[in-house]
Design a protein around this ligand. Structure first.
Ligand code: TXA
Ligand code: MG
Length: 318
């Protein structure tokens, strides 16, 4: 059920129910971050492995500090410039944070989402919101209230409609537990922008992949559509498929041979942020065409192009 009232949203959360909330990155599936029973429902509804920790959301750093969570200096520096925004800080956990949020880890992930409606809701609550992306584990993240309703609507207390997500790709996750900050997930805030502020290169050796599953939700096979997805150009797959059997997700140029309604050109003007914002909806729509193969091209591997390539290469593992 879609709701628009913040009073109603607050009531649902205070009653220990799940509420999908809009953020600038993707929609989140939120529960009271201090209520273990409510949080357990998140794992159940998403069919999420119990060992995969959740991000806590609130509306200011001061509130996290009041809950005993201290940010190291470099994290503070970054937060001052880019929070609220598409960045998640992994920092030492405080005793007030329930173990079910962090799946037993001694660190906690925190984030201030940049979405006016959700910031207002967070300011009305006397607890943080634990929220993963509002999709079944292993499937594409939702960027509209309708996406959430289609998959989870019947299983949760409501979906707060805040329109289409403006960033469209999950937050970048950086751990500040060690002196040199570690990039754990590529996302909506570019590595270049982060390094600019902290004045040093991020340690990228702990980036999450199958060889290195620190944050197990980031295992390679993720974001999987039902239709097979492969990286490249339609021409690379002509031995096994006709043009009419393929869909194409591209950056700024149409393919000359594929039907136009099988093509998702994410930014005709060649803007990587715009392409990122449209990526997940394009994967969903391509999946609904009932073609035999979705072909996605590799994007320029810089700024948000890196986050796009990361999500596409995971989707290509299906
Ligand atoms: O943009 C986002 O980050 C969205 C919105 C809703 O805020 N949330 C999101 O949550 O993408 P989720 O659960 O789909 O991804 C969170 C990732 C998981 O891979 C999890 O393993 C990792 O964050 N994570 C959470 N706590 C962690 C911790 N203490 N240490 C390392 N990784 C952590
Ligand atoms: Mg997710």
């Amino acid at each position: 059920m879609t709701i628009t009232s913040l009073i109603e949203a607050k009531r649902i959360l205070e009653a220990g129910q799940l509420l999908a909330i809009p953020t600038e990155t993707v929609y989140g599936l939120a529960a009271n971050g201090f209520d273990g029973n409510a949080i357990a429902k998140i794992y159940e509804v998403k069919n999420r492995p119990q060992f995969n920790p959740l991000i806590l959301h609130s509306n200011s750093l001061e509130r996290f500090q009041n809950w005993g969570v201290q940010l190291p200096e470099l994290a503070l520096k970054l937060a001052k410039i880019h929070s609220p925004g598409p960045i998640t800080f992994v920092v030492p956990k405080s005793p007030q944070i329930p173990d079910i949020v962090t799946a037993g880890h001694s660190s906690v992930a925190i984030r201030i989402p940049n979405h006016a409606l959700t910031l207002e809701l967070l300011s009305m609550l006397n607890f943080p919101l634990a929220a993963p992306s509002a999709n079944l584990s292993g499937t594409v993240s939702p960027t509209t209230a309708e996406h959430v309703n289609q998959q989870l609507g019947h299983l949760i207390g409501g979906v707060l409609d805040g329109g289409e997500c403006t960033i469209g790709i999950e937050s970048t996750i950086v751990s500040f537990v060690n002196p040199i900050p570690q990039l754990l997930r590529i996302g909506g805030l570019s590595v270049e922008a982060i390094e600019d502020v902290i004045g040093m290169p991020l340690d990228q050796s702990k980036l999450i992949n199958n060889e290195n599953p620190i944050a197990p939700g980031m295992l390679s096979k993720h974001y999987a559509p039902k239709t097979a997805l492969r990286l490249g150009q339609p021409e690379d797959f002509l031995t096994n498929y006709k043009y009419s059997e393929m869909a194409f997700i591209g950056f700024n140029n149409f393919n000359k041979h594929l039907p136009l309604n099988h093509q998702f050109i994410l930014s005709p003007e060649g803007n990587l942020a715009e392409a990122a914002q449209k990526l997940f909806a394009a994967i969903r729509q391509a999946d609904e065409l009932n073609v035999k193969l979705i072909v996605a091209e590799v994007f320029p591997n810089e700024y948000l192009g890196r986050a796009i390539n990361d999500r596409l290469s995971r989707a290509a593992k299906n």
